[in-house]
Design a protein around this ligand. Structure first.
Ligand SMILES: Nc1ncnc2c1ncn2[C@@H]1O[C@H](COP(=O)(O)OP(=O)(O)OP(=O)(O)O)[C@@H](O)[C@H]1O
Length: 227
């Protein structure tokens, strides 16, 4: 068993299900939590992830297929994108490996693509819950990595939920903006590129959601100032 990633919440490893090579995501038991509560949270996350993934697939949004869930074993077996890198890595490499103008164009394109997908998620009332560039995969279409030819795959739906209201969507955008500000502080235009494409895609509630996002952001600023 090859451990792929070991974090505080759980571990990822490469496994097999029904003869298919896959990624297994296992959540740890938290000793500090009451066992019943811990088991409830873990089940809730796994269910949230599988539900959101099936909603995404029905809406034509690329996500890893779920091959199997094991609620008692706290495991999800999912499709593994072996050639993919995270959007975080893509953005860092795009900037490091290209001249400014080319890099700006690549960032504009990826921002537009990401914005369109988040717009689609929200048009289908899927709130991701943890939008960061580590939770977006860039999957090359060919065998060799090409900065222009790739699919975008959203992952990590454990904190997701289904909600038609503007608040959840506004918060989703705010979480992403904060993540970009801390992870990609040298690319201040990235969020604007995302928001521009988002507005075109997210449907009839577009202006209500963006107003809500601005309200959430203003609340966040106030909190930061007060400390
Ligand atoms: N289906 C997949 N195919 C390829 N790589 C993946 C896949 N799912 C996750 N990864 C990789 O593993 C990393 C962590 O995945 P994920 O965010 O789902 O796990 P997590 O335990 O919730 O992590 P964290 O708590 O840090 O968010 C991703 O950033 C990505 O690099």
């Amino acid at each position: 068993m090859k451990i792929f990633k070991q974090g505080a919440e759980g571990r990822l490893y490469l496994g097999e299900y029904n003869g298919e090579y896959c990624l297994v995501k296992e959540r740890f038991i938290k000793q500090y939590r009451h066992p019943d509560l811990d088991s409830q949270i873990s089940r809730q996350r796994i269910k949230a992830e599988t539900k959101a993934i099936s909603r995404c697939l029905n809406s034509g949004i690329l996500v890893p297929r779920i091959l199997h869930t094991d609620l008692n074993g706290r495991k999800i077996y999912m499709e593994y994108f072996g050639k993919a890198i995270t959007a975080k890595e893509y953005i860092q490499r795009a900037v490091a490996e290209h001249e400014d103008k080319v890099a700006e164009e690549l960032l504009k394109n990826i921002g537009a693509k990401i914005g369109t997908i988040i717009g689609k998620l929200h048009a289908n009332n899927i709130i991701h819950g943890d939008l960061t560039t580590s939770n977006i995969l860039i999957n090359p279409k060919g065998n060799n990595f090409d900065f222009n030819v790739y699919d975008i795959v959203f992952i990590d739906f454990g904190l997701s939920h289904y909600n038609q209201g503007a608040e959840g969507k506004g918060v989703d955008l705010y979480v992403l903006e904060r993540a970009l500000l801390s992870t990609h502080s040298e690319q201040p235009n990235l969020f604007e590129h995302i928001l521009e494409a988002y507005r075109k895609e997210c449907g009839k509630d577009e202006s209500t959601v963006v107003a809500k996002f601005e309200e959430v952001r203003a609340r966040g600023r106030k909190r930061t100032m007060i400390g």
